[in-house]
Design a protein around this ligand. Sequence first.
Ligand code: ZN
Length: 197
Amino acid sequence: MAKKTNPTAKLCLIVGFCGILAIPQPSAGSRLQSWSGTARIRFPKPNQSPVVDNLNSEQRRRNMASVTAKDTKPELVVRKLVHRLGYRYRLHVADLPGKPDLVFKRLRLVIFVNGCFWHQHRGCRKSKLPTMNRSFWTEKLFRNKQRDKQNKRRLTSLGWTYLVIWECETRRIDRLTEKLSRFLTEQEQHAEETNRH
Ligand SMILES: [Zn+2]
């Protein structure tokens, strides 16, 4: 025999279900409107601690882009200048330590184009830590810095020379062109001498 469902119970069930749907669920990056300024809380994945920072959305977008994306604007500036100087290179060579941005195989030279915040450019105003959740950032950026050091050491031990171009340097095109030109010419001469011996 089929069970009879009480119509009131059925209604309660539907109302209850809609109620659940109507409750706003926290999502990654949801903005807390009641907060002043642009502080934002990110709800963490399991095993992560919550991250609260006080970067505005533009700063955060730029920062995230600089750490995760290839072909960032500073990188494109460097590539263009190097190309104009007559040098050819490979990009993001994965089998070299640190996956360098530009690789000049013949010269055994690599160039890293580093974001000032993520790689903590010493003394640069762009490397300033957010005031909120300072210990989280200090630890995270310290690890980045350590990894950079390790990669540079490994490159040197493999006989590669490296040059770091900082994001903030890509704003002064004349100065940057001069730096790149000087460095590449030196490497060229060094490679010629090495081949002669
Ligand atoms: Zn800088």
